[in-house]
Each structure stands twice: as structure tokens, then as C-alpha cells.
Design a protein around this ligand. Structure first.
Ligand code: ADP
Ligand code: MG
Length: 364
């Protein structure tokens, strides 16, 4: 299966209602909304068009996006597949709104909705097994700031400046020394999520006072235990730093260091996407921490990329460049392989359940 790439166009904010819009969503030949059109900045009468696996227009609600793009994968998560969702786009286009969302119930983003579904499914799995399977949920949350990894459960003043190292373990990139917090229900999760978000490295820029200059990575680990058998899978939700051309922001020295590393990691991301698309042997994952973590095309499971777009003319060049990068990401193949059941004690005499057999014969 390929990386699924969908675009979401945000509505105009109240202060933008008189502004010129240039991004249009259109139906493809099959009658589904999957094309984005935008004028050629060099020749206005010409239009570029980009095809995605899905396009969500200004009217799309948080619930619709979640129901279409995330809810169907929660079952796969419990069958042992890792799920990764990441938001890519220019600052101010709705990445944080899409991933985190607002406080009101209808306005909640993918992350709180996903957790709520995970807890619901966990209860069902446990009930269906007659109480034999227990489901345990933990979260880790970290940011990559200036190409360094910081645990968001550590307040900024307690961080080691060098950040946490990454290591490759059984084909997955892991953050060494990252803390993991138990969250047994949505209330637990929300308290921890708010606490951790307050530890993010944020600073004002000319483009958006609240813009995050770091990549934020939430990893939710679901452990299903039945006797001495354990199945672990993860759901990751990633809010990337803004993909705008940082040469245009009003930079002081600190901002310049940030910009250089944001530009570098996003440049490496687009180089990886291109190299994978060309079928190159060497993919430059290792050139930034963010691309090592994403490991596009290397990781197993389900990957969804959400391209966030603002319809405004003032974003023209940045919008075009993010459309170019993301539409090429559709070509990336992801192997859909479940994690294997592991034994916490020496295996019993019976044949071990492998990840492959889990789908036919779910853990009970
Ligand atoms: P980013 O994280 O990409 O910088 P934000 O998520 O902060 O962008 O969104 C920028 C502004 O637009 C915020 O005020 C946010 O509330 C608003 N916004 C974004 N997407 C939507 C949407 N789908 N509906 C309503 N408001 C939105
Ligand atoms: Mg944001």
C-alpha cells in the first residue's frame, strides 16, 4: 500500500474574508473530490493541478476528516499495525488545528478523537475476550527542535541541550531514553498532553505569532496482553514545523538557526520523497532526525500525510511548493506488515501466533 496523501483546505478566518483566494478543490473523473487547482504564479491564465488520494474543502468538519481518514485504521492498529499520521504545510494553514484542534467538542482534532477511539476499541477487545486480554495505553511526546530531540515531559530548563539520541532497533527508529507515561483513559491523556504541550519550544515569527518552530511527535503505544502473549503497536501523530520559505521571515540570530534546521529537515524530507519516487538505492533518511523518525517507505503499517493549505493568494509560492512535495509522496510504498506477538515468558508448546496469523485469528 502507498502512503495516503490527502489535502485539506482551511476556511478563511474572519479577518481574511475580503482576501483573494486562489486554491480550488475539484472532482476527479470518478466524481470524488481529489484535485487541487492553483494558478501559475508566473502566468496567471495558466493553472496547475495536483491529484491526491482525497481532498477536503473549506466546509470539511473535524469529524468528517477523522471519520474518513483515521477511524478506519483503529481496527488495524489493534491487529498489530503501526499507524502514522502527519500534517505538512506552511505555518498558518491548519496543521495544529487538524492534529490537535480546539477545546470545544466539535472542534477537537485528530489526536483527541483518535485516543477516544483507541480507548473505546480497547474496552471492546477486552470484553470480547471475556476479560482475558488486557489493553494498556501509554504515550510519549517529543519535539525535534534544531535537529535535536527533546522529551516534552521534561520542562525546557531541565533539558540536556544535546537532546536524546536515536537508534535503529529491528527496523524502527527509536528515541533512546524517552519517557513513557501511562494514560488509562481520555482524561489522563488530556492532562498529560496539555502538560507536555506547555513544554514546547515556541517563539513568535513574522508569519504567525503562535507558530511552532519544531516538529512535534506524539506516539501512543497500545499493548495487548493475554497470558504470556503480548502484541504491541503504535499510533503516531506528527505536527511538522512550517514548510514556508524561511528566507522571508524576519529573522534574528536565534530565528536563523531555527530556520536553517527547519529548512534543512524539510528539504531532506522532499529529497527522500524524490529519491523514493525515482527508485534510488540510497535514500537520504539519515541526513535529518525528522526523516529518520518518519522513515517514509521503510516503516511498516499505515502512513497518512495530510497537506494543509490556506486558500489565500498571499501564500501562493509556498502553497505551490508544498503541493509539489506532497503530491510526489503518493508514490511511496509502505509494507503492510503487522507487528509480531511476543512472549513475555518462554513460548508454550503450541505454535506461536505470528503477526500474519493475527488477522485471521485475533488475539483472544
Ligand atoms: P498551523 O499549525 O499550520 O500553523 P493553525 O492550525 O494554527 O496553523 O491554524 C491557523 C489558524 O487558522 C488558527 O487560528 C486556526 O484556528 C485556524 N484554522 C485552521 N484550520 C481551520 C479549520 N479547518 N476551520 C476553522 N479554523 C481553522
Ligand atoms: Mg501549528
Amino acid at each position: 500500500m502507498s502512503v495516503r496523501v490527502v489535502a485539506r483546505i482551511r476556511p478563511l478566518l474572519d479577518k481574511e474574508l475580503d482576501k483573494d483566494t486562489i486554491v480550488r478543490a475539484e472532482n476527479g473523473p470518478d466524481g470524488k473530490l481529489n484535485i487541487v487547482r492553483i494558478p501559475n504564479p508566473k502566468k496567471e491564465e495558466e493553472e496547475f493541478s495536483f491529484t491526491f488520494n482525497g481532498v477536503y474543502d473549506m466546509e470539511t468538519t473535524q469529524e468528517e476528516l477523522f471519520t474518513n481518514e483515521v477511524a478506519p485504521h483503529i481496527k488495524s492498529l489493534f491487529a498489530g499495525l503501526d499507524v502514522m499520521i502527519f500534517a505538512y504545510g506552511v505555518t498558518g494553514t491548519g496543521k495544529t488545528h487538524t492534529m490537535r484542534g480546539g477545546m470545544k467538542l466539535f472542534d477537537r482534532g485528530i489526536i483527541p478523537r483518535m485516543l477516544s477511539n483507541i480507548y473505546r476499541r480497547g474496552k471492546k477487545v477486552s470484553k470480547d475476550s471475556g476479560g482475558e486480554t488486557t489493553v494498556n495505553v501509554t504515550m510519549s511526546y517529543y519535539e525535534i527542535y534544531n535537529d535535536k530531540v527533546y522529551d516534552l515531559f521534561e520542562p525546557p530548563e531541565q533539558r540536556s541541550l544535546a537532546g536524546l539520541p536515536l537508534r535503529e532497533n529491528a527496523g524502527k527508529t527509536v528515541v533512546v531514553g524517552l519517557s513513557e507515561r501511562a494514560c488509562n483513559d481520555l482524561k489522563d491523556f488530556e492532562a498529560l498532553y496539555i502538560e507536555a504541550n506547555n513544554n514546547r519550544s515556541t517563539a513568535g515569527t513574522k508569519l504567525n505569532a503562535q507558530s511552532s518552530r519544531s516538529h512535534a511527535i506524539l506516539m501512543v503505544k497500545v499493548t495487548q496482553t493475554n497470558g504470556d502473549e503480548q502484541l504491541i503497536s503504535t499510533a503516531s501523530a506528527i505536527d511538522l514545523a512550517g514548510s514556508e520559505d524561511n528566507r522571508r521571515t524576519d529573522n534574528n540570530k536565534e530565528r536563523l538557526v531555527e530556520s536553517a534546521s527547519i529548512n534543512k529537515s524539510l528539504f531532506v524530507l522532499s529529497s527522500c520523497i524524490d529519491a523514493i519516487g525515482r527508485g534510488d538505492k540510497r535514500i537520504p533518511y539519515r541526513e535529518s532526525k525528522m526523516t529518520r523518525i518518519l522513515s517514509l517507505g521503510q516503516n511498516n503499517g499505515i502512513t497518512i500525510m495530510i497537506l494543509n493549505l490556506a486558500p489565500l493568494r498571499s501564500y501562493h509560492l509556498d502553497t505551490l511548493s508544498s503541493l509539489n512535495v506532497s503530491s510526489r509522496a503518493k508514490r511511496i510504498e509502505v509494507r503492510e506488515i503487522e507487528n509480531e506477538v511476543v512472549f513475555t515468558q518462554p513460548p508454550r508448546k503450541t505454535a506461536p501466533l505470528t503477526g500474519q496469523s493475527i488477522q485471521r485469528q485475533p488475539l483472544r
